[in-house]
Each structure stands twice: as structure tokens, then as C-alpha cells.
Design a protein around this ligand. Structure first.
Ligand code: GLA
Length: 385
């Protein structure tokens, strides 16, 4: 439920009898470059208007109180004895960030936190990254610390890797921090250099939620990572300078792909080609070549379905349903997969009809009522003043 910051401040005052500062961090969609970030490759996400808000004020003691009015559970911790193991609830993301800040020498201050999340949970729109980033900015503010936003992204990713136990890449946290209105970001996940890529004028993002929940911490994501790591070991035998799949050229892949075990070969082909598709897509968007963009997104989806094997029946139905609808300029599954959302580029004048038609087609073919969101690319995280 959208809530304005004035209302969140009021609720905070009512609960904690104090005046908060409020920090916001957005969720994201990824236009292309899927499962490439943890292979040191390229991604092209955009921040969207769904955000997580964290209202915070200092406490005089050493307690960390974390509360939300929508997600069940109120949590209380002692900042001198933060748990080393995750409690296994949504507060893990906040605690993980507090723990990593502490490890890096930024000891958290006692504080009251009120969390309000508008990013749909388990929909592949990075509700976890949004919560981590908003919490990091909030916790740093009461400890009078400031870090550059790319460093905030890295520490949030570390929290998710080491504390929550999901071996995610840097994409979600980075775009939640650095997103730019009207643009996607072409991000090099090795150097963290990035370049804003304009979403062509008159094109909207339509995000279609299959309503099938995905759970990243559940093994499949980590298994894909291990398979990529295994493929790198093979390529290193043939070319010792390879550090990650990012370093495998199309030629090297072609020369040796038949020597790889079948599953490993499929994963490697996806990643090597997806990196190239992402670079090509950045160019296509920059020159407004939407036919090219449509083909690249279609190829990306097919590769995720057939080679990386992270799509599912509902995602495939949602992607197929979009083909041929008026104003459609390309679409694919977005995020980790196994459910969650598709992202579609749709011409503005057709966007409203598109949302209705695709929802109807999906309902007919699956019996599930989808949520469809008409989005624009938004700015990344910051304080609300
Ligand atoms: C999740 C992870 C990201 C990325 C995508 C797949 O969203 O959090 O780091 O790996 O899956 O592209």
C-alpha cells in the first residue's frame, strides 16, 4: 500500500514518541543481462517506483528495535551482541547490514526502526535489496557515518551473501543505490563502472507478476553459481587468464564447448552470449532500435528457459502472451527466475490496453489473476526530506 512519508513519520511518532529521519530505496527490474552479475559480466537494470522506506531515530541505550506494520514480527536486539546466525525472519536483511557495518568498523548506534515496504515480496523485484539499502542508509545516519553509494551497495550485497546466505551478485543493490530516472544502467559487474542508458521516449515498462513466488535462498540459485564456477575451472585449463565466465570469448566457447559436461556447457553458453546481448541491448536502446531490442530480449528469455533453465511454465506463458500485442517492443523474464515477473517495453499509447489484455490472456491460460504494473525508471536510494 503506498504511504506518504508524512504518514510514516506520524506512525513512527505514535509508536516511538520520537521524530524520525526517513530513507527510501527502490526495487528494480532488469531489462537484460540475467545471471551474469556473479560471473563478472554485464547487466542492465532500472530502479522502479516500488520502494522500501525505513524511518529511524536514535535510542539512548544499546537496543535495536525493528518493527513493521505490514510484515508480522517485531524484533529487539542488543547492538553489542548482535546474533551471528540469522534469526530466519525478514529482520535478517536489516541485521545482516548492521553486522557488516560493524565488521567494517562502523559500529551501529542503538535505534528504533519502522519499516514500510512497497516492493512486492518474492516477485523478483528485489524487495530484499531495497530493504538492505534503506536500512544501511538509516543505520549509518544514526551512527553519523556516510559512505559513497557504490560502497553501500557492496556492503549490502555482502550482508546478503554472508549473513542471509544467498550468494547473489551486485546488480540489485547497485541499481537500488544508483538508479537514474528515465534510464537503465549498463553496469560492468567486475569494475562497477556504469553508464546510464536512456529508455526511449514514449516507451513504458510494464511489469507482469506471474504470482508464482520464487525464493532465492532455496538452492537452485546457488547451484547455478556453482555450475558457473565449475565451467570456469575447465576454461582455465584451456586459457589460464580466464578468471570468470566474463573472460570467455565466443571463440573460446565455440572451440571447447563440446568438451564440457552437458549441463555445464548449457550454463556457459547462456552467460557468454547473454553478456554480448546486454552490450548490444545498451546500444540498441541508445539509438532507439526497438526491433533489435525486441529480438535481444526474446533471445535472452529463450536462453534462460532452455539453457540456464531458470524459467517456469507461468513465466513462459506471460512472455508468449505479450508477443504480437499492439505497442509491444520486447519482453522477457526478469530477475532470478523460477517465478516472479516479466518485464515488457511497451509504447506509451498502448500501455494501458496492454496491461489489461495481458492480464486477461494470462488468466485464461493459467487460471491465475496476475498483478500488472505500469512503471517508469526512477532514481536510486536517498533520504526523504
Ligand atoms: C537475483 C540476484 C541478482 C542476479 C539475478 C539474476 O536478482 O539478486 O544478483 O544474480 O538474480 O540475474
Amino acid at each position: 500500500m503506498p504511504l506518504n512519508s508524512g504518514e510514516l513519520a506520524k506512525r513512527f511518532e505514535k509508536r516511538f514518541a520520537d521524530h524520525p529521519r526517513i530513507f527510501r530505496a527502490p526495487g528494480r527490474v532488469n531489462l537484460i543481462g540475467e545471471h551474469t552479475d556473479y560471473n563478472d559480466g554485464f547487466v542492465m537494470p532500472a530502479a522502479v517506483a516500488f520502494s522500501t522506506y525505513v524511518a529511524i531515530a536514535k535510542r539512548l541505550d544499546h537496543k535495536l528495535l525493528i518493527h513493521s506494520e505490514e510484515i508480522p514480527g517485531s524484533f529487539e536486539f542488543d547492538i553489542d551482541h548482535l546474533p551471528e546466525q540469522r534469526p530466519g525472519a525478514w529482520c535478517d536483511y536489516v541485521l545482516g547490514v548492521a553486522a557488516v557495518l560493524h565488521q567494517r568498523g562502523h559500529k551501529p548506534h542503538g535505534a528504533n526502526l519502522l519499516v514500510h515496504g512497497e516492493v512486492p515480496i518474492g516477485a523478483g523485484l528485489s524487495s530484499s535489496a531495497a530493504l538492505e539499502v534503506a536500512s544501511a542508509l538509516a543505520l549509518m545516519s544514526v551512527a553519523d557515518r556516510q559512505l559513497p553509494l557504490p560502497d553501500v551497495a557492496q556492503l549490502c550485497r555482502q550482508a546478503e551473501n554472508s549473513f542471509v546466505g544467498a550468494r547473489v551478485g551486485i546488480m540489485d543493490q547497485f541499481v537500488s543505490c544508483m538508479g537514474r530516472a528515465g534510464h537503465a544502467l549498463l553496469l560492468d559487474c567486475r569494475s562497477l563502472e556504469f553508464q546510464p542508458v536512456p529508455i526511449p521516449a514514449g516507451v513504458r515498462l510494464v511489469v507482469c507478476n506471474t504470482m508464482v513466488k520464487h525464493d532465492l535462498a532455496s538452492g537452485a540459485y546457488n547451484t547455478r553459481r556453482e555450475e558457473c564456477e565449475e565451467s570456469v575451472k575447465y576454461f582455465q585449463k584451456w586459457s589460464p587468464t580466464v578468471r570468470a565466465l566474463r573472460d570467455v570469448s565466443a571463440e573460446l566457447l565455440e572451440r571447447h564447448v563440446r568438451e564440457l559436461p552437458a549441463t555445464i556447457a548449457k550454463r556457459a553458453i547462456h552467460v557468454v552470449r547473454e553478456n554480448q546481448r546486454t552490450l548490444d541491448a545498451a546500444h540498441a536502446l541508445t539509438v532507439s532500435d526497438l526491433d533489435r531490442m525486441k529480438k535481444l530480449m526474446r533471445d535472452s528469455h529463450a536462453s534462460l528457459r532452455d539453457l540456464y533453465e531458470v524459467s517456469c511454465r507461468e513465466l513462459d506463458i506471460m512472455v508468449d502472451a505479450a508477443e504480437g500485442l499492439p505497442g509491444y517492443c520486447g519482453g522477457r523474464m526478469t530477475g532470478g527466475g523460477f517465478g516472479g515477473c516479466t518485464v515488457n517495453l511497451v509504447r506509451e499509447e498502448h500501455a494501458a490496453d496492454f496491461t489489461q489484455t495481458i492480464a486477461e490472456l494470462y488468466r485464461q491460460r493459467t487460471g491465475i489473476n496476475p498483478d500488472v504494473y505500469l512503471c517508469t525508471a526512477e532514481d536510486g536510494a536517498g533520504e526523504i526530506t
